[in-house]
Each structure stands twice: as C-alpha cells, then as structure tokens.
Ligand binder design. Sequence first.
Ligand SMILES: N[C@@H](CCC(=O)N[C@@H](CS)C(=O)NCC(=O)O)C(=O)O
Length: 183
Amino acid sequence: MATNELTIVSVSDLFREAGVAHHEAFESTNDEDPDWPIWYADYLLRPLSDLFEVAFTRSQLIYCLMNAEFERRATAPDADWSHFYANHFLERYAGTDTPARDDLALYITPFCPFCRIVRQAIDQLGIDVELRDIASNADFHRQLVDARQRATVPVLHIRSPDGQTRWMPESRDIVHYLQKTYG
Ligand SMILES: N[C@@H](CCC(=O)N[C@@H](CS)C(=O)NCC(=O)O)C(=O)O
C-alpha cells in the first residue's frame, strides 16, 4: 500500500486513502464515528510504521492523530486535512530514530484519588497512556480481575515491543516506574 519514499505526498496519500476507506466503512452512519482515531490508528498502524520505519504503537498513533486534529481545528481548519496530518507526522517522526516504546494502559475508576495521582504524573511526563475505566467498561473490569483476582485500581498494564506483558499495581510504584522510564 505505502511506498517506501517518505515525502509529504506519500504520507498525505496514505491519509487520504485511509479517509476513503473510513468513508466507505461509515457511509451508512453519514461518516459519524466518535472513535475515529481508533479506526484510523488500526488502519494506519502497519503502513505508517513501514513508511516512517518507526515501530508505532496503536496508542501512540491514536494520541498523535487526536493531536493532529486538535491542532488542525485550532490553527488551520480550512487546510487540506491529509496534508496537515502528513506534516504533523513528518515534523515529529521523519528522520528520527524513535525507539519502540512500551504500550501502556492504566486501569482506573473516575473518582479514585490514587488514580488521580498517577494521571497527574502521566500528564506531567507527557506520555501516551490509554485510560481504561473499569467502572464504565465491563471488559476492562473483567480483564483486571482476571489478571489480578481483584478490582483495585490503579493498575498499569505494560506491553513491551517484544510482546511481553506485565501488570503493575500501587500508585506509588507506577509513578516511580513512569518517572524512571520516561522522565
Ligand atoms: N495502595 C493502593 C490503593 C489503591 C486503592 O485503594 N484503590 C481503591 C480506589 S481509590 C480501590 O480500587 N478500591 C476498590 C478495591 O480495592 O476493590 C495504591 O496506592 O494504588
């Protein structure tokens, strides 16, 4: 699908192609897709990783797509979106040797003070962590209980680029780990 030449044209072509595929998938709902960054991230994960020669993670792409959209709306709402997105990604990832990062997900509940402490650390570090609210999502709740035999939050789920996974409880340990790894 993607060419191996990393140019504004090849990247924006890829985004445009994803846009067409998304339109076909959501035609029946008039292109309504509140989770569009997830759909695009899944569609683009492989071709963007190939094109940039960067091992993007799914959550990294979701995060970057959302950032691109926020920035586009705020700064250039009339710009060609595929060009804007292409530039956004090229500025951040072209020519960089971004190492493959862990895929991080934090199991939380909305009003848990220990979760808030971890979330503050995440915000300060500016890292990309998927938040999984076990109070509103039965699948997340089940995943956590299956893994830990209890529903205490926060728990950080870490998936390394080599596929190894790890569950880390205790807010203090999580903050320490994140600061040591990403600070
Ligand atoms: N020492 C733990 C305390 C975590 C904790 O008490 N979490 C509460 C929510 S604030 C909880 O999940 N309670 C429900 C349960 O344990 O099932 C930490 O610092 O992470």
